[in-house]
Design a protein around this ligand. Structure first.
Ligand SMILES: Nc1nc2c(ncn2[C@@H]2O[C@H](COP(=O)(O)OP(=O)(O)OP(=O)(O)O)[C@@H](O)[C@H]2O)c(=O)[nH]1
Ligand SMILES: [Mg+2]
Length: 206
C-alpha cells in the first residue's frame, strides 16, 4: 500500500472470497493484515461481516447455530483480509465436528501473525457468557488484541445495562480494547463505528 490514509470508503470497494480452510495445515500464508470476527455460535458473526461491507450474501448466515464450519478469508480491495470463523459454544452439529472447528479456531488465534485484531461478538441481549470467558482467557494467553462488539442491538431491551457489564469485563482484560462497539446487522446500527474500529486496528500494520 502507498501511504494513503484509510477511510470508510474502503468498505465499499471490491471484496472477494479467497479461501475456506477446514484444517490447520491449510492456513493460507496471506500477506495482508487480518481482522477476525469471533463469538458464540449464532451471535451474528457472518451477518455483521456482510453488513460491514454492505453485502447480503457474501458470508453464509443461518438461524441454526453452526452455520459457519470453516475459516473463510475475504480479501477487501487488496488492503486486508476479513476472516469469518466458526462459533464456539453450542452448535447444532455432531460433537466431534464442533470440537474440530473449535480446535481449528484456537490454532488460528494462537499462531496468526497477520491478525491485527479479533472482534469478540457478544449478543446485546445477553452479554458475556461462560463460553466467552474461556475464549477471553485463550486470547489473553495468546496475546491477541481484541475488542468487544455487541450484536443484535435491535432486539435488546436494556442495551445500556449489557454495555456496562461488558465494559466491566473489558476492564479486567489487558488485551481487550476499552471501547465497545454496539451494532445491529439488521438495522445497520453501529456499522460506521465498526468500520472505524477496523481502520484503527490496521493503522500501523500496513
Ligand atoms: N435481530 C437480529 N438478528 C440478527 C442480527 N444479526 C444476525 N441475526 C440473526 O442471527 C442468526 C445467526 O446469524 P449468523 O450471522 O449466521 O451468526 P453466526 O455467528 O455467523 O453463526 P455461526 O456461523 O453458526 O456461528 C440469523 O438468523 C441472523 O439473521 C441482528 O443484528 N439482529
Ligand atoms: Mg457464521
Amino acid at each position: 500500500m502507498t501511504g494513503e490514509p484509510l477511510t470508510r470508503a474502503l468498505f465499499a470497494k471490491p471484496i472477494r472470497f479467497v479461501a475456506g480452510v477446514a484444517t490447520m495445515e491449510q492456513f493460507p500464508e496471506l500477506n495482508l493484515p487480518e481482522v477476525a470476527f469471533i463469538g458464540r455460535s449464532n451471535v451474528g458473526k457472518s451477518s455483521l461481516l456482510n453488513a460491514l461491507v454492505g453485502q447480503n450474501h457474501l458470508a453464509r448466515t443461518s438461524g441454526t447455530p453452526g452455520a459457519t464450519r470453516q475459516l473463510n478469508f475475504f480479501n477487501l480491495n487488496e488492503v486486508l483480509h476479513l476472516v469469518d470463523v466458526p462459533g464456539y459454544g453450542y452448535a447444532k452439529a455432531a460433537k466431534k465436528d464442533v470440537k474440530q472447528w473449535q480446535n481449528l479456531l484456537f490454532d488460528y488465534l494462537r499462531g496468526r501473525r497477520q491478525l491485527a485484531r479479533a472482534f469478540v461478538l457478544v449478543d446485546g441481549r445477553h452479554g458475556v457468557k461462560d463460553a466467552d470467558d474461556d475464549m477471553l482467557q485463550r486470547l489473553d494467553d495468546a496475546a491477541v488484541s481484541y475488542q468487544f462488539v455487541l450484536t443484535k442491538a435491535d432486539k435488546a431491551d436494556d442495551i445500556e445495562a449489557v454495555q456496562e457489564r461488558v465494559r466491566a469485563v473489558a476492564r479486567k482484560h489487558p488485551a481487550a480494547h476499552p471501547d465497545l462497539v454496539t451494532t445491529s446487522a439488521h438495522d445497520k446500527q453501529g456499522i460506521d463505528a465498526l468500520q472505524d474500529a477496523v481502520i484503527e486496528a490496521l493503522e500501523g500494520k500496513l
